[in-house]
Design a protein around this ligand. Structure first.
Ligand code: NIG
Ligand code: FE
Length: 421
C-alpha cells in the first residue's frame, strides 16, 4: 500500500496515447469557433467512481493520486466520449433494399413517398410484427450501435401510424430504455407519414395524433417530432401538433427543410424546439432564427449520401452563424441504414467541410444536448457519466481519416465495460 495516495476510485483507465474531448465549459451546446476546441491530452487517463468521471489527467499523475480496484491500460489507443446518436428510427420491421435499387436507377425518394411507398412500406412491415419480434430486431441494432461506440441514443416511433402500432413501437423503445444498457431517449413521431387508411382524410389523421396519441403516449415519449416537408406534413399541421404537444409537456424536435425549403427551421425556432434536423434546404432566415433561439442543428450527412443527393446541409454557414451543430446517423431502413456515428463524422468532414474537431463535438457533446442529456454525458470531464469509446488509433482524427473502418475496440458506459473486441 502506497502511503501518499489521496483517494480511492473504482476504475482507472490509463496510458492512452490520447484522451480527446470537447469541453462543456458553458454548460450549454457549443457554437461558433468553440465547436473546434477539442482538448487533447497525451498519455492521458480517466479515474472513475460510482460510474462517474472523477478526473481526467496525465496517467502517471492519476496513478500517484488514486488507488483503484481495477486498472485497464490502453497504450497506443485513444479515448473519446461515447458517441451520442440524437436522431434514429431504430424500431422497424423488414427492409427496403428493393426501393434502394429503384433509387439507384434514378427514381427520386419523394416520388416513391408520394406514391405511398417508402415510409408506408416499412409501416406495413412493422405492423405485421408483434412486440417481441420487433424488440429482438431493435435490440440487435442497439448492440450494433454500441459496437460502433454509441452510449446514448434517441429513438423515434413513426412506423406504426395508428394507436395500437405506435404504442407497440413506443413500448419496445421503453423496454430498451428500462434495460438501461445505454441511455435511450424516446421520441413520438406519429406525424411521419399519412397512413394508407387516411389518404383521403389528412386532417383526420392529424386529429388522431393530436387528440388521441399525444395524450395517451405521455409517459412513453419525452420528445415529439414531425416530418415537415414536401410530400410530408405542412407548416399548419406541424404547428397544430406542436401547440398541443407543448401543452402536454413534451419537448420538440423537427424534421425540417430536408427535401424542400418549407420554413421548418423557422417554425422549430419559433416553437422553442430543442433541435431542427436535416436542414439541407434551410433558408438564411431559418439560420438566423435558429441562432437567435439556440436551436441545435442536427445534421444527417449519411442520409444525403445514401439518397445520392449532391447538396449537403450548409454546416459551415450554420457554425459561422452561431448555430450549434450536432451529427446523427438517422438510422432507418429507407434513407440511411447507417448506424455508425464515425461515418457521420467522416461524411461531415469530407462533404460538409467540418473539421474533425467540430465533427467530434457534434457527435458527442452537442448531440447530448440535442437529446437533453448534455449535463450528464457527451464529454470526458469530472462529474459526468464515464461513457467512453476506446479507439484502436493513436489520435481521434483517425475516426474520419480511416473512413469506414470501425476503430472502436472497447466501450465503457457509466463505468462499466459493455463492449470489447
Ligand atoms: O429522417 N425524413 C423522414 N424520415 C426518415 C426517412 C424514413 C424512411 O424513409 O423510412 C429520415 O430520413
Ligand atoms: Fe429521420
Amino acid at each position: 500500500m502506497v502511503k501518499n495516495k489521496v483517494d480511492t476510485v473504482d476504475i482507472l483507465l490509463l496510458d492512452f496515447e490520447e484522451v480527446a474531448t470537447p469541453k462543456d465549459t458553458y454548460r450549454k451546446p457549443i457554437s461558433g469557433d468553440a465547436q473546434n476546441d477539442v482538448m487533447v491530452l497525451e498519455n492521458g487517463g480517466i479515474a472513475i467512481r460510482d460510474g462517474r468521471i472523477v478526473e481526467v489527467s496525465n496517467s502517471r499523475e492519476l496513478e500517484r493520486k488514486y488507488d483503484a480496484e481495477r486498472v485497464f491500460r490502453y497504450p497506443g489507443k485513444t479515448a473519446i466520449p461515447g458517441f451520442v446518436d440524437p436522431h434514429t428510427h431504430l424500431v422497424y420491421g423488414g427492409c427496403r433494399h428493393r426501393e434502394f435499387e429503384l433509387r439507384l436507377r434514378g427514381v427520386p425518394y419523394v416520388e416513391i413517398l408520394k406514391a405511398g411507398g417508402g415510409i408506408n412500406d416499412t409501416v406495413a412491415q412493422t405492423r405485421a410484427l408483434d412486440e417481441s419480434a420487433l424488440y429482438s430486431l431493435a435490440r440487435q441494432r442497439l448492440r450494433t450501435a454500441i459496437a460502433h461506440g454509441t452510449t446514448s441514443i434517441e429513438i423515434k416511433s413513426g412506423y406504426g401510424l395508428d394507436v395500437e402500432n405506435e404504442l407497440k413501437i413506443l413500448r419496445v423503445i421503453d423496454r430498451l430504455r428500462r434495460e438501461n444498457e445505454i441511455t435511450v431517449v424516446p421520441t413520438f413521431l406519429g406525424a411521419h407519414a399519412i397512413p394508407p387508411e387516411y389518404r383521403r382524410d389528412r386532417a383526420g389523421y392529424v386529429r388522431l395524433v393530436v387528440e388521441k396519441m399525444l395524450p395517451e403516449f405521455r409517459g412513453l415519449a419525452e420528445f415529439v417530432d414531425v416530418f415537415m416537408d414536401e410530400g410530408a406534413f405542412t407548416a399548419e399541421e406541424t404547428a397544430w401538433i406542436f401547440r398541443e404537444a407543448l401543452k402536454l409537456g413534451y419537448r420538440l424536435k423537427l424534421h425540417a427543410d430536408e427535401l424542400a425549403p418549407t420554413g421548418g427551421a423557422e417554425l422549430a425556432a419559433e416553437f422553442g424546439a430543442v433541435s431542427a434536423d436535416h436542414l439541407v434546404k434551410i433558408s438564411d432566415e431559418g439560420i438566423r432564427k435558429m441562432a437567435q433561439a439556440g436551436t441545435i442543428a442536427v445534421l444527417l450527412p449519411a442520409t444525403t449520401f445514401m439518397l445520392r443527393h449532391r447538396e449537403y446541409a450548409p454546416a459551415r454557414k450554420l457554425i459561422e452563424s452561431g448555430v450549434p451543430v450536432a451529427l446523427a446517423t438517422d438510422h432507418n431502413p429507407g434513407t440511411s441504414p447507417v448506424i455508425s456515428q464515425a461515418i457521420s463524422m467522416g461524411l461531415a468532414t469530407m462533404m460538409m467541410d467540418m473539421t474533425p474537431a467540430e465533427a467530434l463535438t457534434a457527435a458527442t457533446l452537442n448531440a447530448a444536448y440535442a437529446i437533453g442529456a448534455g449535463e450528464e454525458t457527451g464529454s470526458l470531464e469530472s462529474g459526468k457519466w464515464a461513457d467512453v469509446a476506446i479507439l484502436d488509433a493513436h489520435s481521434y482524427v483517425h475516426t474520419v481519416y480511416e473512413f469506414g473502418r470501425n476503430l472502436v475496440t472497447a466501450v465503457f458506459r457509466r463505468g462499466e465495460l459493455i463492449h470489447e473486441t
